[in-house]
Design a binder for this molecule. Structure first.
Ligand code: ADP
Ligand code: GLC
Length: 480
């Protein structure tokens, strides 16, 4: 198949969270299955190496309304795999700044432009995909365009697929986007794109894509309910027959404890000795008391409401005061929560280490050096860090939601089966309970090592995920 992905993030060039990891690994694995893949994405100011990139189209006139002087862009490219290329849409007015999601006056046009540019690039090059796979809200109006304005173009026969990586972010923006994208005004009604007086990008995608994918089976069920639907549950419900839940995976090029270059020492399930060196290295880096007996709990996360870390910051002092664990966190986000974690470090010197910011190398060392990894998410469409943790023998402590529920098996002390600690409720008491369970497991070294090995043996394969995506594409092709 010829498959075009349209995405605002692709690692290693641009990544705000797991979306970047997911699109990159999926594209590579689809190529490995023999498909021809293109990934269209903006060329942000922060993308390294633009001078070395090839040029696919030097000047592409994109069919958008608005200021004609702003309608042209360049398309550059980089090979991701032998049959997969990334097309970077270069337009400095829209994407020249470093941020992926800045707050700007022209957010709607900026979100819509690169997708429309990708379609025009296909038309200009005569490269007509079988499947156009859109990711998250910025690309939500692409299936709408293909179903209306572009229906009779050579692209009108493409099957469209929309992946929902996170239903909370929908792109509720001004209706001026309709003339900008040359979409018909009749779409501005509640059964279509209208929502609270604006245009809802993601709603458009959910209504118009031939097939919808979410990133875990449990999240595919959750988004049908008011608690997880963020107001779009009824729109999703109407498309339930066309909805697939497909889990992400672990990219072994990036996350392999036996080869990871960021680690003090490599290790494997057969030989965990190197993991101890990674723990000592991490304790040193965070200036923690170097106590190999103390259980070390880690977090790497955006500090947002979704992630439930406000619950963690309330649950932890009880354990820290009693000297029962050490804690490290890498992340950034809500400033009040950053403040709370900084205060925790001040209150427990030598036991808590906090790094506010983004640091890829450190994220690998945390995954390798910790005993436990905490994810008390209120909702989690898939979640990648719990899978990276398991691959590194670091037991995840997670709330039973979305992809966390689908990937972590609660330790059962009767059967001696399990890969982590799973709790049910998003409240402080439940997080405390889960930490107690983790400490009890840690206090039984034979059980703890057994759980580590079971976790490391789990296979979260991107190949399997790519195959499931192909099955979904085939259904989309039948339905177009
Ligand atoms: P989400 O996409 O909702 O943030 P995921 O678990 O899917 O959650 O993916 C988060 C990704 O971003 C992981 O690869 C994680 O390691 C990475 N990440 C998050 N915060 C940081 C940070 N501060 N520094 C380095 N990597 C980070
Ligand atoms: C979103 C979700 C996260 C998921 C990621 C990749 O950012 O919040 O759970 O793992 O997308 O699909």
């Amino acid at each position: 198949m010829k498959i075009l992905h349209i995405t605002p993030e692709i690692a290693p060039w641009s990544k705000a969270g797991g979306l970047g990891d997911a699109t990159s690994a999926l594209a590579k694995n689809l190529a490995a299955l023999g498909h021809e893949v293109r990934v269209a994405t903006p060329l942000y100011g922060s993308v390294p190496g633009r001078e070395q990139m090839g040029t696919v189209l030097d000047s592409l006139k994109v069919d958008v309304g608005g200021d004609p002087a702003k309608a042209a862009c360049r398309v550059r490219s980089v090979d991701l795999a032998p049959t997969a290329q990334v097309w970077f849409i270069e337009h400095d007015d829209y994407y020249g700044a470093r941020e992926i999601y800045p707050a700007r006056e022209d957010t709607a046009e900026r979100a819509a432009f690169f997708g429309r540019a990708a379609l025009d690039a296909c038309l200009q090059l005569g490269w007509i995909p079988d499947v156009i796979h859109c990711h998250d809200w910025t690309t939500g109006l692409i299936p709408v365009l293909l179903n209306t304005t572009l229906k009779s173009s050579p692209l009108g026969r493409c099957a469209t697929v929309l992946s929902i990586h996170n239903l909370q972010h929908q792109g509720l923006l001004s209706r001026r986007i309709l003339p900008f994208l040359r979409l018909p005004e009749w779409l501005f009604k509640p059964e279509e794109l209208e929502c609270l007086g604006g245009v809802n990008f993601l709603k458009g995608g959910i209504r118009h894509a031939n097939r919808i994918i979410t990133v875990s089976a449990t999240y595919a069920q959750e988004i049908l309910t008011p608690a997880f639907g963020f107001g779009l549950q009824d729109v999703v419900l109407r498309r339930q027959a066309h909805l697939d839940g497909i889990l992400n995976g672990v990219d072994l090029d990036e996350w392999d404890a036996q080869k990871d270059k960021h680690l003090a020492k490599n290790f494997s399930a057969q030989d965990l000795a190197g993991k101890r060196a990674c723990k000592l290295d991490l304790q040193k880096q965070f200036k923690l008391t170097d106590d190999s007996q103390a259980p070390l709990v880690g977090v790497i996360s955006r500090l947002w409401d979704q992630k439930g870390l406000d619950l963690a910051v309330q649950a932890l002092p009880k354990f820290l005061r009693a000297g029962r664990l050490q804690f490290v966190l890498l992340g950034s986000g809500d400033s009040w929560l950053e403040q709370e974690f900084r205060r925790l470090a001040d209150n427990f010197p030598g036991r808590v280490g906090i790094r506010i910011g983004y640091d890829q190398a450190l994220s690998h060392r945390i995954e390798a050096g910790c005993d436990f990894f905490l994810m008390p998410s209120r909702f989690e469409p898939c979640g990648l860090n719990q899978m990276y943790s398991m691959a590194y023998g670091t037991l995840p402590i997670v709330r039973a939601t979305g992809g966390l529920a689908d990937t972590v098996q609660h330790w059962n002390s009767t059967t001696h089966q399990g890969t982590g600690i799973v709790f049910q409720h998003a409240d402080v008491g439940a997080v405390e309970w889960a930490i107690e369970q983790a400490l009890a497991l840690y206090a039984r070294p034979a059980d703890f090592v057994s759980a580590q090995k079971q976790a490391m043996r789990e296979e979260f394969s991107w190949r399997k995920s790519a195959q499931a995506h192909v099955a979904s594409y085939e259904k989309a092709l039948e339905q177009r």
